[in-house]
Design a protein around this ligand. Structure first.
Ligand SMILES: [Zn+2]
Length: 237
């Protein structure tokens, strides 16, 4: 009896092993295809919907500038490389890009690290989806307050350098929609209006792409903008 169940177990184990090998061979030969951005391996497809791994994919792009530029090149984003400015005393630009044509326009040009650009490009598509859901329109323009600034956190005289010191952050003040409406943090944050609800969801959506997301909920310094960055911390407030 014991011997027979032992033999059955061995057969089951062998069958499972064969199935596992067949699965990986089928994957390797592309007989079965897993949708983009779902499996932990494979390249980030920035024109396809993000999956639950989006922030991990973005962080691995941020850590590998060549792979990051390749991911931008595979997307519909039009951009140019920003001339490098060696990082000295914690300030500078490395592997930075300037968007020329993206899902949404901005109030002015800016440079961002490649990882941040990948995150922003993915985030823009998500913002357009939220605008259609909450306001029945699309976003015509994002008002940003800046990306690169050689300064410390919170503009303090001493302390850590801000992620802005390497263009690894962007501050967003609000959104202008195609139908003329607007949603600005200073006016609309915390309100139970379509614009207010849009902003609340825009903050939550940002947490899927960026490591640090600071909104007016965080402190008074952020009353008029979202701060989004790809620094080493994790915060979503
Ligand atoms: Zn900021």
């Amino acid at each position: 009896m014991g011997e027979r169940s032992g033999r059955t177990r061995r057969w089951w184990r062998l069958l499972l092993l064969i199935l596992a090998v067949a699965f990986f061979v089928a994957l390797h030969q592309s007989w079965i295809r897993i949708p983009a951005n779902v499996a932990p391996w494979g390249e980030a497809a920035l024109d396809r919907p993000p999956g639950w791994l989006a922030r991990i994919q973005i962080n691995s792009l941020a850590a590998d500038p060549a792979a990051c530029i390749a991911a931008l090149d595979r997307s519909q984003l039009r951009y140019r490389r920003t001339p490098g400015r060696a990082i000295t005393q914690g300030c500078g630009l490395e592997a930075a890009v300037r968007p020329l044509r993206s899902h949404i326009s901005y109030n002015g040009p800016f440079d961002l690290t490649c990882g941040m650009m990948a995150a922003l490009y993915w985030y823009e598509a998500e913002l357009q989806r939220l605008a259609r859901a909450h306001l029945g329109t699309s976003i015509a323009r994002i008002d940003q307050l800046g990306t690169y600034a050689c300064r410390n956190v919170n503009n303090a005289r001493t302390g850590r350098r801000s992620q802005h010191a390497t263009a690894n952050a962007i501050d967003i003040a609000g959104f202008r929609f195609a139908d003329g409406r607007t949603a600005f943090l200073l006016q609309d944050w915390g309100k139970d209006t379509p614009e207010g609800r849009f902003l609340a969801e825009a903050r939550d959506a940002a947490c899927r792409f960026f490591n640090v997301v600071l909104s007016p909920d965080y402190n008074a310094l952020h009353a008029n903008h979202f701060h989004l960055d790809l620094g080493g911390f994790r915060m979503c407030r």
